[in-house]
Design a protein around this ligand. Structure first.
Ligand SMILES: *Cc1c(COP(=O)(O)O)cnc(C)c1O
Length: 353
């Protein structure tokens, strides 16, 4: 007998690389290429460091109130956490306790199976169809909970809100989590449905559309009951999840609606231009409503192209996994960054195809 027999063993999630070298074009972790709203820098530079001696507000009320005003949802129907990863992990722990299998897609955010494993939650993955679409009917059977991103990652495929509602309506006995990390880039949020379905949790984040991955702010909307249970678990773990600068920065970002909308529009415009150029080079991909495109080239090996891009200081994401090992996930950067990528690919296709 050894202490090691009693260790909670787990295979951790592998985050995308954060290279230390400068001069690279980083299109591998779906970060926003633009800085956060200027009001974020302002509020941080004005912050009195002396305030840091105090614990932050455990309810992060200034941030929750700003979210409440922006989305028109009462503050007691909003939960905040340290990135949506924290919000999602807390939600798995709070809601997926039936002992029945939870369902999520086979190709999706690769943190879901990690949380399921670490919390000992049984799960079953539901294969996307051959065009990488979620098949709603796969989620109608008996389950212990449902979670999927919309748009999905890493495919970028968007499931229309009516079909998401169909999944929720067919599952009144389990909690349905819709992970809307990329919803601001063209999809329609199912947020209004929280008033119709008590078991729906809608999760969003500041990391992508608000350019604040480094700040770690995530949030979720749900019924009062659902949010109440989430807060009970949070306060049983750690009361002070969000630090004081994050609360101020998040509040400033959410209030700058014009900057936010302008930034999302720019990314969508760049994405559409990039799609057109990639198509002309022979790449194929499902339509993306996210800030990335999941592409394949019928005559090029994705693993090789990934390495060759890296040698040219362009970093994208490659998943050496079944069904998707001939795809690359390319984050939408600035127009200038995408032009460097496209120039490289144009030359590459000419030489290798
Ligand atoms: C990026 C991402 C998240 C996590 O984002 P946070 O930085 O933790 O807010 C959650 N879900 C999906 C699908 C993502 O791609």
């Amino acid at each position: 007998m050894s202490w090691e027999d009693n260790v909670r063993r787990t295979v951790p999630y592998t985050p995308g690389e954060q290279p230390k070298i400068s001069n690279i074009i980083k299109l591998n972790t779906n970060e926003n290429p633009y800085p956060p709203s200027p009001s974020v820098a302002k509020v941080l530079s004005r912050m009195d460091a002396g305030e840091l001696r105090k614990y932050p507000d455990p309810a992060a009320q200034r941030l929750t109130d700003a979210l409440s005003a922006h989305f028109g949802v009462p503050a007691d129907q909003i939960f905040v956490g340290v990135g949506s990863d924290d919000v999602l992990a807390m939600s798995f722990l709070t809601f997926f306790n039936s002992g029945k299998k939870i369902f999520f897609p086979d190709i999706t955010y690769s943190f879901y199976d990690v949380w399921a494993d670490v919390f000992r939650i049984p799960y079953e993955t539901k294969p996307l169809d051959e065009n990488f679409h979620i098949r709603p009917e796969d989620y109608f059977g008996e389950n212990g909970g449902i979670v999927f991103p919309n748009p999905n990652a890493p495919t970028g495929d968007y499931l229309p809100a009516e079909e998401v509602e169909n999944i929720i309506a067919r599952n009144p006995e389990s909690v349905v989590i819709v992970d809307e990390a990329y919803i601001d880039f063209g999809g329609r949020s199912v947020l209004p449905l929280i008033h119709k379905y008590e078991n729906l949790l809608v999760v969003q984040t500041f990391s992508k559309s608000h350019s604040m991955a480094g700040m770690r702010i995530g949030y979720a909307f749900g019924s009062r009951k659902l949010i109440g249970y989430l807060n009970d678990v949070k306060y049983s773990f750690n009361s002070y999840t969000l630090n004081a600068p994050s609360i101020l920065a998040g509040e400033a970002a959410i209030e700058d609606e014009d900057y936010f909308e302008d930034c999302c529009c720019r990314i969508v415009a760049t994405r559409e231009r990039t799609k057109k150029a990639l198509r002309e080079l022979g790449f194929v991909f499902a339509d993306s409503k996210a800030n990335f495109i999941f592409v394949r080239h019928p005559q090029l090996d994705a693993g090789q192209l990934f390495q060759d891009l890296r040698k040219a200081n362009i970093i994208v994401r490659y998943f050496p996994k079944a069904r998707i090992d001939q795809y690359l996930r390319i984050t939408i950067g600035t127009d200038e960054q995408m032009q460097v990528l496209l120039d490289f690919l144009k030359d590459y296709v000419r030489k290798h195809v």
